[in-house]
Design a protein around this ligand. Structure first.
Ligand code: G3P
Ligand code: CA
Length: 263
């Protein structure tokens, strides 16, 4: 039987993932954006990791600091100390001036404090040999329970390396519109090493989701920021969504927005 839309949103199983924090309103991947998201009833915080020249894991989306700081150049060519000299807030608005780069270990402490789950995306692992090992070390050192961590990447080989370590973390594969616009991913193969398949929302259809579910894969598309897109997607039976505007969807989850109640 087809699940009713309001049930889907209120039964507690539908996951709202805050993409780079409450990034619609605050500078992405910074403390202020994370804290704003964590104060909401989200299920996961999402963030992206890169590695510095001195082997520290930092959270930032791009491989360069150009777009989200007042500096230029690749993260991998900076030491952590040098990254601290840049400002990660002003690009979003003068009122956010002074936001620092954050290390992953600080974000781990933060999610622990708020008792939330963290969805960690390994960015460009091909540029950072050994990043998987370093990530697993930092996770082991943190106080975060394995059940509160999901590690995902567009790079399936990177996720397979983590699977091999067998440390109990849930794993995910990201599916880009560019690579998969003409074919469906191999769900069966992916299910041998991952628990989540998180596609670009443009790729999502009822067929996509039912095939994923047949292999017990959880589907949380990115990046869904508006109710029109949500309305289409919810009919496909997705398990959650990754959004820059988690407040829109946590409101929906609490039922404060009446939405398609009788459909
Ligand atoms: O979590 C999924 C999403 O973050 C993947 O794309 O480019 O926003 O990191 P991107
Ligand atoms: Ca990401």
């Amino acid at each position: 039987m087809k699940e009713e839309r309001p049930e889907k949103m209120t039964n507690g199983n539908f996951k709202v993932v805050a993409h780079r924090g409450l990034s619609a309103e605050f500078p992405e991947n910074t403390l202020i954006a994370f804290e704003a998201a964590l104060a909401l009833s989200i299920d996961f915080l999402e963030t992206d990791i890169h590695k510095t020249q001195d082997n520290k894991l930092v959270v930032i989306h791009d491989e360069t600091v150009d777009r989200t700081s007042n500096g230029v150049g690749k993260v991998k060519n900076y030491t952590l100390q040098q990254l601290y000299n840049l400002d990660y807030g002003s690009w979003k608005g003068g009122e956010f001036k002074g936001q620092n780069i954050m290390e992953l270990r600080e974000v781990l402490k933060l999610v622990n404090k708020y008792n939330k789950k963290l969805l960690i995306e390994i960015k460009k692992p091909e540029q950072y040999p050994g990043i998987e090992k370093l990530l697993l070390q930092q996770l082991a050192e943190s106080q975060v329970e394995a059940e509160n961590i999901v590690i995902q990447s567009f790079n399936m080989d990177s996720i397979k390396k983590i699977k091999k370590a067998d440390l109990g973390y849930k794993l995910g594969v990201l599916i880009s519109a560019k690579k998969y616009w003409y074919r469906l991913p191999n769900f069966k193969k992916i299910a041998t090493f991952a628990h989540f398949i998180n596609p670009n929302y443009k790729l999502v259809s009822a067929r996509f989701v039912s095939k994923a579910h047949r292999h017990n894969l959880i589907v949380m598309p990115y990046t869904v920021n508006d109710l029109t897109t949500y309305t289409r997607l919810i009919e496909t039976n997705i398990d959650g969504l990754i959004t820059d505007a988690p407040n829109t969807f946590t409101d929906l989850k609490r039922g404060s927005v009446v939405f398609g109640a009788n459909k």
